[in-house]
Ligand binder design. Structure first.
Ligand code: PA5
Length: 431
């Protein structure tokens, strides 16, 4: 696998991967995706989106984002699930948790909690805020409620015409309540193509507009995804790391009694990437009583909470570690005359050196001592390009994985059950 932007190391997977036995099944699924056949094939637009995206719209996206960056202090992103997790994951991963410059990005529309909504609205009250409302259906309760409040606030603050400048809507190309409203009000509109579902939409304006307002190059994300497409062109398991990853997790599930996959990173700024990944796999695969339960952890932080369990607890889960080899910035550990903390043995060493030793020690502890399967995804660094690559890599792996399980990766029938109950209890007409 050497030479790939993101490498997959299966030396600690602890299982044999009979690639030859699976190649023809993988080839069949791959061909069906390329030819847009098979379950859920109406939602395969993401497959070649890094090539087919609307270049004119992309220019408008960058221009509008520059305007918002210039004229507003806060961008409120109103969306839920696939309509916000990718943007949040990218913004935190790349700008960190203490960005300090450029417009602040606030997320709303992903909860019904009155305290959170109240506090967020209070927080933006005195600030010059813009809004990006994102909803494919345009009818999602959490998002629509938040947007109703935000729109009212924007119109009260800036007037109707001013609100038009402050509100950007991202929605389905052809249908939905938000599309109708956005057209009527004359908001700038971006398109979530009809053949792309929410959890596969981070490379569309759904993710890219908030990402661009946060000062991250949206084109670099798309370029990274395009590179992944190129590197994953061949379905051969000798070449295609996404399919090999899908197969490894499939075998762990089917033949080695694994029930859950723990995505591990060593960066607190990747917690939201874990949330995005959980939605991608959870909503794509959690069907018909099947599939791995996707969960995530941040090391070394969680080694001090869940570390005991991961080392010694229940056997039925494996780890997938996303290892970023080089940090964007590093620190040298100072020497201390008194050495009361006993840390002088590290003086002059870099923080990245300490973190790497923690990584190596943990990998050995979990894979060699605990005999827990560890799959390792490695990237030299993590910038917008690598993140774009990673998004596409996981999308492709996830679709393959669901198909290997005999599932439609692109629907989410289970999500409707709570909604029906809630609507009935709320007295929504028709429920
Ligand atoms: O992945 C999905 O399809 C879901 O998570 C949706 O993105 C989420 O439910 C939000 O839907 P909508 O964009 O229609 O408001």
């Amino acid at each position: 696998m050497n030479g790939k932007t993101i490498e997959l190391d299966l030396t600690r997977a602890g299982i044999a991967i009979p690639t030859r036995a699976y190649q023809s099944r993988i080839d069949e699924i791959d061909l069906a995706m390329r030819e847009k056949r098979g379950a859920g094939s109406d939602y395969l637009g993401w497959f070649d989106y890094p090539l087919t995206y609307d270049k004119k719209e992309h220019e408008l996206l960058k221009k509008t984002a520059a305007h918002i960056r210039q004229d507003y202090e806060v961008l409120v992103v109103a969306g839920i699930g696939g309509s916000y997790l990718g943007a949040r994951a990218a913004i935190e991963a790349l700008n960190g948790l203490f960005p300090g410059k450029g417009p602040e990005i606030v997320f709303l529309g992903q909860t019904l909690d009155p305290d959170y909504i109240h506090d967020a609205l209070e927080y933006i009250k005195g600030k010059r805020f813009a809004v990006n409302v994102i909803s494919k259906s345009g009818t999602t309760t959490e998002t629509s409620l938040a947007f109703r409040l935000l729109r009212e606030m924007a119109e009260a603050r800036y007037g109707k015409a001013g609100a038009r400048d402050a509100i950007v809507a991202t929605t389905d190309k052809k249908s939905g309540a938000l599309l109708t409203l956005a057209k009527e009000e004359g908001y700038v509109r971006f398109v979530l193509p009809s053949d792309i579902g929410g959890r596969y939409s981070v490379q569309t304006p759904v993710g890219l507009f908030p990402i661009a307002v946060a000062g991250i190059g949206p084109t670099a994300i798309l370029e990274g995804s395009k590179k992944a497409m190129e590197e994953l062109e061949s379905p051969s398991l000798e070449e295609n790391t996404a399919y090999l990853y899908a197969l490894a997790r499939h075998l762990l599930y089917k033949e080695h009694a694994m029930k859950s996959e723990l995505l591990v990173t060593y960066k607190p700024q990747l917690v939201q990437l874990g949330e995005w990944w959980k939605q991608l796999f959870g909503e794509s695969e959690g069907k018909e009583g099947k599939s791995l339960f996707p969960t995530s952890c941040t090391f070394t932080t969680d080694l001090h909470s869940l570390g005991q369990f991961i080392q010694d607890g229940e056997r039925s889960f494996f780890e997938t570690i996303l290892h970023v080899e080089e940090p964007n910035s590093d620190l040298e550990i100072p020497s201390d005359e008194d050495n009361l903390d006993g840390l002088n043995y590290l003086s002059g060493k870099k923080m990245s050196y300490v973190q790497n030793k923690a990584y190596e020690g943990t990998l050995a502890a979990h894979s060699e001592v605990a005999k827990r399967p560890n799959l390792v995804l490695k990237t030299r660094k993590l910038g917008a390009f690598e993140l774009g690559y990673l998004f596409y890599f996981f999308e492709r792996a996830c679709a393959m994985s669901a198909y290997l399980n005999g599932l439609n990766p692109f629907n989410q029938p289970g999500v409707e059950v709570y909604k029906r109950n809630m609507f009935h209890l709320l007295g929504k007409p028709g429920y």
